[in-house]
Design a binder for this molecule. Structure first.
Ligand code: ZN
Length: 305
């Protein structure tokens, strides 16, 4: 292939945007998060666990099918939540470990599912970075009003735009919404340099601060809806018990398949089998009644579709 027109020259964003100015206002039009996320939580917080699986499938040893089911569920919920915005294009935020969109990351699969559902282009590749960085939370030492400006500078420092006319509305996809530093940078540059009218930010979760007393903490992922989509996907691709309900108690070595198991003592937190069995063993009293249940499920799955 021969390229006849000249390639646009990439623009370093730190030269065209000022962190001071961006910290003053909100350059994006609105923001939605599907749920909330607490990074220091133990495994009893299911919505945070699911976010971690999506962000870091390797360290969670999530198998391929489970990861696809999680991605499918997030994409379905994102498409539904952002339907009213009628985007003309989507762009996903590059994560700290990327200099350009990495097709192996679940983030890329998520963007591609959303782009097909809306039938609009995925323009993520108009942004690139010169080097990978440590995640923001690892370098963040400041507090108060300084944090936002500091984070904006962090996003700006090595981010480039390959300018291109887009127009209309862009849906900006990110995993965790923190203080909106990233959304401010992307939205400002899209509006100033790409002719975009509106930028909406959609996130799989918002970070909870102060133990959730910041307002975002009340945001709870609609787990029933999430699991409906995920389980449907699992069923269509060979089944398995990964997304079956499991019940766990903090600091107990067992996981339970029955919410009314006496060993739960009424204190069970909702989990899923593939998560619960990472660090716990099956409860013997739940398991003893399991074969019948499994056989019945197997028969139902086998002959229902
Ligand atoms: Zn049990």
């Amino acid at each position: 292939m021969h390229q006849t027109n000249q390639k646009p020259i990439p623009i370093p964003l730190r030269q065209v945007l000022s962190a001071n100015e961006l910290a003053q206002g909100q350059s994006f039009n609105d923001v939605i998060a599907l749920g909330s996320y607490w990074s220091r939580t133990d495994d009893v917080d299911l919505q945070s666990q699911l976010v971690k699986c999506f962000k870091n499938p390797e360290s969670f040893s999530v198998d391929k099918l489970c990861l696809e089911a999680i991605t499918k569920a997030y994409s379905g919920m994102i498409v539904q939540a952002s339907q009213a915005w009628q985007p003309n294009a989507i762009i996903r935020v590059l994560s700290s470990g990327e200099t350009k969109p990495d097709p192996a990351k679940p983030h890329s699969a998520l963007a591609s599912l959303i782009s097909s559902a809306f039938n609009v282009p995925d323009l993520t590749s108009i942004f690139f970075k010169t080097e990978t960085r440590k995640p923001m939370r690892m370098i963040d030492q400041l507090s108060g009003n300084e944090v936002l400006r500091h984070r904006i500078n962090y996003v700006l420092q090595d981010l480039f735009l390959v300018p291109r006319q887009i127009n209309g509305t862009v849906l900006l996809i990110d995993d965790i919404y923190n203080l909106g530093a990233t959304a401010r940078v992307y939205a400002a540059v899209l509006k100033r340099l790409c002719g975009v009218d509106k930028v909406y930010s959609i996130n799989i979760a918002a970070a909870r601060f102060s133990g959730g007393k910041d307002g975002w903490g009340k945001l709870v992922l609609d787990l029933d809806r999430f699991l409906n989509i995920a389980r449907c996907y699992i069923q269509q691709h060979g089944g398995g018990d990964s997304f079956d309900d499991a019940w766990i108690v903090r600091n107990q070595a067992e996981y339970h398949l029955k919410q009314d198991c006496l060993r739960l003592d009424g204190k069970g937190h909702r989990s899923l089998v593939f998560l619960a069995r990472r660090e716990r063993v099956p409860c013997p009293s739940c398991i003893s009644s399991e074969p019948k249940r499994t056989l019945r499920n197997w028969l139902l799955n086998r002959f229902s579709s």
